[in-house]
Ligand binder design. Structure first.
Ligand code: PMP
Length: 307
């Protein structure tokens, strides 16, 4: 996906021109993967203007990720939330993808270096449907990857760190090179984990299943949004370890993520899901996009107007 340049990037508390947001080749993060980041979206809502979606939840997750790897972020949650609003407003964006990143910078070599200063930056740019408009409507074809996700006790899957995306790259590249829209990773024990950049929901006989946190997933904010919306819709979501074969007999499957939003899956490993009308997925999609067009009341304070 090519990046559409905008004017300004927030870095360490200041707005700087896009082209000046560069870093040294000996940046710690470049060598050791010592970065943490977020993917967020701003939507042009019908009723509240341009809003960042679940701003606080994303920034809190960024802080959590940084804490695990001891990457200092000197800015408060409130300051970073304001920076996200500012980056949208100052770049005159309406709907956009927001990418905050914190990483260990230049100064020392060695993975455990304690004296490397951290850098924090936030960029924003336009980004449409990650898995395509056609996929959003008619579902995407996905494949189970030959690569397993990282096992518990290796690197934490529940932390959104740059290094984790080496796993995502392998899972996603393999699928795309074989003509699929996305790859699904299995956990170390062969149960279903998640997509390369999406959580997974599987519907069998009106029951909605999703793998638990212990199945090497990033517990997505969209996943949480869907869980809350399902409760409101009277749909039960069961979190449990899922055997791979559940994917092959599913009535419906959908994937969730900030980039992917709520995208239906049409087939897994060339086996088509049972119900291509996606009745439950559509209900959830409508409730999700309803947050932005005003049809779903935002009871949770998820919409944060950029002002
Ligand atoms: N899993 C992985 C590996 C991801 O990269 C993402 C995207 N951040 C997700 C799940 C979905 O998370 P969220 O809904 O918070 O974007």
């Amino acid at each position: 996906m090519p990046i559409q340049e905008t004017k300004l990037i927030w870095r360490n508390g200041e707005m700087i021109p896009w082209a000046e947001a560069t870093t040294h080749v000996l940046t710690h993060a470049l060598h050791y993967g010592s970065s943490v980041f977020e993917g967020m979206r701003a939507y042009e809502t019908k009723h509240k203007g341009v809003c960042v979606f679940r701003n606080r939840d994303h920034i809190e997750r960024l802080k959590f990720s940084a804490r695990v790897y001891q990457i200092a972020i000197d800015h408060s949650v409130e300051e970073l939330m304001q920076a996200c609003r500012d980056i949208i407003r100052k770049n005159e964006l309406t709907s956009a993808y927001i990418r905050p990143v914190a990483y260990l910078g230049y100064g020392e070599m060695g993975p455990s270096s304690q004296n490397v200063a951290s850098e924090v930056a936030i960029a924003a740019f336009p980004w449409g449907a990650y898995l395509g408009d056609e996929g959003m409507k008619n579902g995407v074809n996905v494949a189970v990857s030959s690569w397993r996700r990282m096992a518990p006790g290796t690197v934490p899957a529940g932390v959104k760190a740059g290094g984790n995306y080496l796993s995502s790259r392998l899972v996603s590249m393999e699928a795309k090179q074989k003509g699929y829209a996305e790859g699904i990773g299995l956990s170390h024990d062969g149960t279903v984990s998640e997509g390369a950049g999406e959580n997974l929901f599987v519907i069998v006989k009106d029951r909605i299943y999703t793998p638990p946190a212990a199945s090497s997933i990033l517990a997505g904010i969209t996943r949480d949004t869907v869980k809350v919306l399902c409760k409101k819709l009277g749909l039960e979501v069961v979190e449990q370890a899922l055997p791979r074969e559940l994917l092959y007999g599913a009535d419906e499957i959908f994937m969730t993520g900030t980039a992917a939003e709520v995208t239906p899956v049409r087939s897994v490993d060339d086996l088509t899901i049972n119900n291509l009308d996606f009745p439950i997925t559509r209900q959830i999609q409508n409730a999700f996009f309803g947050i932005f067009n005003g049809e779903t009341e935002d009871e949770w304070g998820w919409l944060d107007p950029v002002g």
